[in-house]
Design a protein around this ligand. Structure first.
Ligand code: SF4
Length: 117
């Protein structure tokens, strides 16, 4: 039984109910196609917001550090990152990139993608 999580942009909360990510997971399609039926979606987390709203960089943000500790203690093996990681010109938001690096440094695999973009 494998545990996975989904990481999304805090700002996208304003307009997104996570339906695309969740339905792809329940249907085991798109980036979730490889998972067995008994895979558990064990965690949903967001970034710590844009610099203008939250000056704390992810490495020093207590909330982010606590969330990543929780992923480790829950033995989450993989975190998928939503399309909301992409900002202008379809470039990845630098805060998202940093958080992905922090997740990987804790031994958790990061996969960029949830549903088809
Ligand atoms: S820092 Fe990036 S990922 Fe986070 S809310 Fe802002 S745009 Fe979204």
């Amino acid at each position: 039984m494998e545990k996975i999580g989904i990481l999304t942009c805090l700002h996208s909360n304003d307009v997104c109910a996570r339906v695309g990510c969740l339905s792809s997971f329940w249907r085991r399609k798109d980036f979730f196609a490889k998972y067995a039926e008994n895979t558990i979606l064990a965690a949903m987390l967001t970034c710590n917001g844009c610099k203008g709203d939250n000056p704390s960089e992810p490495e020093e943000d207590k909330g982010i550090l606590e969330k990543l500790d929780r992923l480790v203690s829950e033995e989450v093996k993989t975190v998928h990152v939503g399309v909301c990681r992409l900002i202008e010109d379809k470039k990845e938001c630098p805060r998202m990139t940093k958080i992905c690096e922090m997740i990987e440094s804790r031994g958790i695999q990061v996969i960029r993608g949830t549903h088809r973009e």
